[in-house]
Ligand binder design. Structure first.
Ligand SMILES: NC(=O)c1ccc[n+]([C@@H]2O[C@H](COP(=O)([O-])OP(=O)(O)OC[C@H]3O[C@@H](n4cnc5c(N)ncnc54)[C@H](OP(=O)(O)O)[C@@H]3O)[C@@H](O)[C@H]2O)c1
Length: 310
């Protein structure tokens, strides 16, 4: 069974590497799902700062790698059925989902949280999976441990604060002045305004630093990790020489799609234990303004493109 899908669709495409200036909303062919893939009617898609730099060798490319929508075609797949409301992180090495339809391997698709609408659900997959994998897989965070999260109000950071608290960790966050109270509201026990003070002067040693900002905060972090502790970044590679002097493990990783982890995250959202923060919602037609905002504002949470109403 299949819902109607038109031959062409509206999509955002980036035509040159780097800035948002080459983004165009245009009519392109609706993708045909390959075996093992479902065609999803996209209702909302979220964006990540810096992502326009990722697809440099396959232009023009559709950006955005996280969606919430409804399965329109599911002819040769087992995991989902037509009409199912789903959300997903999609692969980075092919077209993304800032479009009316997306062909997505069904093993990446999880039922979206019932308690949240499509815009809220689209804000979750890439950032919450990054937080989950950074804290629990690469960071091995356990209940009772201390974690310092850099960029605690950001897309990845605001999920990391909530997930770490839910796991029973003691959470310390760094953020900018405007978002200190927001991070406290997410459940961090200690919040440090990194624009006003040096976090090293205030933080007792931690078991884990989870960095989402790169740069100076990442470089200065080894000094606050306990011997045998970990430094994990999604933003950039920690400098190995600086790290080895402190006897800690340092990791940079790239987030991977996971239907199982998204199902667990949906459970937390439905139980009221995890909430996305939406910085701003833009219509698909204003994707360029959405990317320009992500590159210029230290906001709170995620920027989402609304593609269609249900
Ligand atoms: N490796 C991976 O798999 C992976 C996965 C997800 C994200 N990422 C990357 O990790 C980073 C964080 O992602 P995110 O979605 O959390 O991004 P974000 O919300 O835009 O930024 C995270 C934090 O970085 C600081 N920041 C904001 N804008 C900035 C700018 N223009 N320049 C420098 N710092 C800025 C802010 O912290 P303060 O207010 O505290 O300054 C912000 O809260 C991004 O670079 C993203 O591309 C990588």
């Amino acid at each position: 069974m299949a819902l109607e899908a038109p031959e062409t669709m509206r999509a955002v495409r980036v035509h040159a590497p780097g800035g948002a200036g080459s983004l165009v909303v245009e009519e392109v062919a609706t993708p045909q799902p390959a075996p093992g893939e479902a065609l999803v009617r996209v209702h909302a898609a979220a964006i990540t700062r810096d992502e326009l730099e990722w697809p440099e060798d396959r232009l023009p490319a559709i950006p955005s790698y996280e969606l919430s929508g409804v399965v329109a075609v599911a002819s040769e797949v087992d995991e989902v059925t037509v009409g199912q409301r789903v959300y997903a992180l999609t692969a980075f090495d092919r077209d993304g989902v800032a479009a009316e339809y997306a062909a997505v391997p069904s093993r990446f698709l999880a039922s979206k949280p019932h308690a949240l609408d499509h815009v809220e659900c689209a804000a979750i997959p890439l950032a919450a999976l990054s937080a989950w994998q950074g804290l629990f897989e690469h960071g091995a965070l356990e209940s009772g441990q201390r974690v310092l999260i850099h960029g605690a109000a950001g897309g990845v950071g605001h999920f990391a604060v909530q997930l770490a608290r839910h796991r029973g960790a003691h959470v310390i966050g760094t953020t900018s002045t405007a978002t200190v109270e927001a991070v406290r509201g997410l459940g961090a026990e200690q919040v440090i305004d990194h624009t006003a003070t040096r976090f090293e002067d205030w933080v007792e040693p931690v078991d884990l630093v989870f960095d989402t900002t790169g740069g100076e905060r990442l470089e200065r972090s080894p000094a606050v990790v306990k011997p045998g502790g970990r430094l994990v970044s999604v933003a950039s590679e920690p400098q190995v020489e600086a790290v080895s002097a402190y006897g800690i493990k340092a990791v940079y990783f790239v987030v991977e799609p996971s239907r199982e982890q998204l199902a667990a995250i949906a459970g937390l959202a439905d139980a009221g234990d995890l909430r996305p923060t939406i910085d701003r919602i833009f219509p698909l037609a204003e994707a360029r303004a959405a990317f320009e905002r992500s590159l210029s504002i230290h906001g709170a949470g995620k920027i989402v493109l609304r593609v269609s109403e249900e």
